[in-house]
Design a protein around this ligand. Structure first.
Ligand SMILES: [Zn+2]
Length: 215
């Protein structure tokens, strides 16, 4: 009984802040140890928004109503995807970046370089350079990861994520499918959203210099 209560409370706490990102104590993703082998070798599949649409056939039965549903807003922009092999990504990213961006890892809370970074400029995808977030949409959520209440239109994909025993919405770079973090509905006005993003998934371009790779 006590365990059940504790588990529920823990799940609630995880979902509330950091969005159930791996807890710093139990699953600190050090650069060294590889992630679960099954995932390590899998090439991230392009996620088609249609696959998570409750209206589509096969996946429909697995879909449960969740409170995050309204977040799944449609995005446009049929940008050309950047597709690289696993080896190519390993060559262009650091081990930590590779783990987070390509293996959906999570950096430890309060360790990311952009958690308390509030300069004017643009946050771009570390993997492909696409401009993802503007500094004016960044705020201090206190949960240990960089947080934004809005992404640049048409640059971020949202996908249902049921890992770790909870339902969350994963956010990925639309251009390269790189894992960024998760999105929650406890953000500030005007959107009420919190894009919880790993620092390692991003690079920062100061306002003086406009991002060149971004479109
Ligand atoms: Zn990208």
């Amino acid at each position: 009984m006590k365990n059940a209560v504790f588990t529920v409370a823990l799940a609630g706490a995880l979902a509330g802040c950091g969005g159930g990102e791996q807890s710093p104590a139990s699953a600190a993703p050090e650069p060294g140890p590889p992630a679960p082998p099954a995932k390590a070798e899998s090439v991230p599949q392009p996620v088609d928004r249609a696959n998570i649409n409750p209206q589509t056939g096969p996946a429909a039965k697995a879909v449960q109503p969740i409170q995050h549903e309204p977040i799944m807003k449609p995005t446009k922009v049929a940008a050309e995807k950047i597709v690289k092999t696993d080896a190519e990504w390993r060559d262009t990213l650091t081990p930590e970046e590779y783990h987070i961006l390509r293996q959906k890892g999570t950096e430890r809370a309060f360790t990311g370089k952009y958690d308390h970074h509030f300069k004017d400029g643009t946050y771009i995808c570390k993997a492909c350079g696409t401009a993802l977030f503007l500094s004016e949409t960044k705020y201090n959520s206190g949960c240990g990861w960089p947080a934004f209440f809005k992404s640049i239109d048409g640059t971020v994909d949202e996908t249902r994520d049921t890992s770790l025993g909870m339902v969350r919405i994963e956010i990925t770079c639309k251009k390269c499918n790189g894992h960024l973090g998760h999105i929650f509905d406890d953000g500030p006005n005007p959107t009420g959203l919190r894009y919880c993003v790993n620092s390692a998934s991003m690079d920062f371009v100061p306002a003086e210099k406009k991002p060149s790779a971004a479109k």
